[in-house]
Structure formats: C-alpha cells, structure tokens
Design a protein around this ligand. Structure first.
Ligand code: ADP
Length: 266
C-alpha cells in the first residue's frame, strides 16, 4: 500500500488569487471534473494546483511531462528484481488508487499516444486499464486529474487532440496585473513593495517585446528569482541582469534594450 501522507501538502503554500479561480476549482473538484490550467510559463499554474490540493486536503502527485514519456511512465510497468518480476504502479495509477490529485504538468510535451491513457479516467468510467497487468483500476472517489498547458508553445505537431481537450474544464492564467504581481513578489520574498513594483515594471517592458524578438516575456518566476537575489544582498542591477535577462534571450539587441530598462529603473 502506498503511504498517502507522503503526497499531502502539510503547510499552506502562499497563493495570491487573481480572480474567482479558487471557488471555481472547488466547484470543479466537488463534481470531480477534470481541470486544465492554461497559461505562459511561470505564471502561477503549479502554485495554484498545489494550493488547491492543500486547501482540499488531498494528496498531490505531479508529473513533469516530456516527449520521451511513454504510457508506462504514467501507468506503471513490470520490474525485474532478485525474486523475479514485480509490478510497479506509475504516478497516474498511484493517484487513482489513493484518491489524489494527479497533475500532469506541460501535458502537450507528451506524445499523443501517451495522452490517450487518461481518457477512461476523465469520463463517467473513471477507470484505468492496466493492460500489461490485466487489471482495471477503478479510481478512488477523491481522484481528480489536472493538466497544465502553455498555449504559447502550441504548434500543429504539438497540441492536444480535441477528443482530449473536450474532457476538461479550463482556466486561462496569465501574468498577474502589475499591483498584484508586486504584492506577490513582496509576500513571496520579503522585499519591500516599492522595489517589487520596480521589478514588475521591467517585467512589463519585457512582456511588451513578446512577438518582437522575444518568444516569451519575463515570467513571475524569474521576477521572484530577481527579488530573492536582491533580498540576499545582491545589487538590483546585476540581480536583474542575471535573473531576468540572461536566461531568456541571446539576442544582443534585446539584451541591450532590457539592460537599458534595468539601468533606467534602478
Ligand atoms: P507555472 O505557471 O510555470 O506552473 P509556477 O506556479 O511554478 O508557474 O509559478 C512560478 C513562481 O511564481 C512560483 O514559485 C511563485 O513564487 C510565483 N507565483 C506566481 N503566481 C503566483 C501567485 N498567484 N501566488 C503566489 N506565488 C505566485
């Protein structure tokens, strides 16, 4: 038996709501509807799911999806050990058995033949066939499936099938509006609000460059990194260059533009 407790979140994660998403999620969970959280990278999707799992008191099993992932990585496989073969449940199966929330992060990264294994879990059947083992797992009544999805990376090759999409309810997430984002930075890292607001201005400047040489703007996650460095005693300018500019682009002109924005702010 799996120890449920190891997947429980024991301390409240800090989550600043942007709207009515907490109530809507609770309603979706009450009906055990599958949920899709859409939005750019680092905008708070995973933190939201963590917070909801804590608030609902349910175990959370997170899987970071990637293109090499196979259905067995989700469902489980036979392992060889000294005593012969032994079945090992995958994270999706574990969540279905213990009544957890299974969070498939960046699900479009997974190949489509991998994604279809979630289908029978997301409709009235709420079952998971373990073909190799010859077992049909009936999901625990508390089980729920949540996926995250970054529409920015969407391409014809990498998208969810309509037959998968139409099994979920959806939330659109985005970077919080300026005052709220400053508040998040300040509460998350302990820097003062004025400084947080300055970091957010740089974030906004970069987000305006999206589509003009930048694939994605600066995420809330990176702003949190910059704030953390500054809180740790690093001067704002080098902290911002390191956390906000260097990771996101190698384009000399864009780097110059962002470095200037930093110099003008601090
Ligand atoms: P993703 O959207 O990629 O899942 P995360 O949820 O990991 O992003 O968010 C990245 C970081 O941004 C978090 O670790 C947290 O510090 C911060 N963050 C973003 N939005 C919020 C929010 N609404 N409340 C609290 N922290 C947030």
């Amino acid at each position: 038996m799996t120890d449920k407790d190891q997947y429980k979140i024991h301390t409240e994660p800090f989550y600043q709501a942007q709207g009515d998403e907490v109530e809507l999620y609770e309603a979706a969970y009450a009906a055990r509807l599958p949920v899709m959280v859409k939005g750019p990278t680092g905008c708070g999707k995973s933190r939201f799911v963590e917070y909801m799992a804590w608030k609902l008191g349910k175990p959370l099993i997170t899987v970071a999806c990637n293109e090499d992932m196979t259905a067995s990585d989700l469902v489980g496989r036979y392992l060889l050990d000294a005593n012969g073969t032994r079945w090992l449940d995958g994270p999706l199966t574990t969540a279905a058995r213990i009544g957890g929330i299974c969070y498939l992060d960046e699900v479009v990264e997974a190949r489509q033949d991998t994604t279809v294994v979630i289908h029978p879990l997301t409709d009235h059947r709420r079952t998971l066939p373990l073909d190799k083992k010859g077992e049909l797992v009936e999901a625990h009544p508390d089980f729920q499936l949540v996926i995250s999805y970054n529409p920015g990376y969407q391409s014809l090759m990498k998208d969810l099938k309509q037959s998968t999409k139409q099994r979920f309810t959806g939330f659109d997430f985005d970077y919080p509006e300026e005052a709220l984002e400053a508040d998040i930075l300040s509460k998350e890292t302990g820097i003062d609000l004025d400084l947080a607001a300055k970091l957010v201005t740089i974030g906004t400047a970069a987000r305006n460059l999206k589509g003009h040489g930048l694939e994605e703007g600066i995420s809330t996650r990176l702003l949190v990194y910059a704030a953390t460095l500054i809180k740790g005693g690093i001067d704002p300018k080098p902290a911002c260059r390191m956390a906000l500019v260097r990771p996101i682009t190698d384009d000399v002109d864009i780097r110059d533009t962002l470095d200037h924005a930093i110099d003008a702010t601090f």
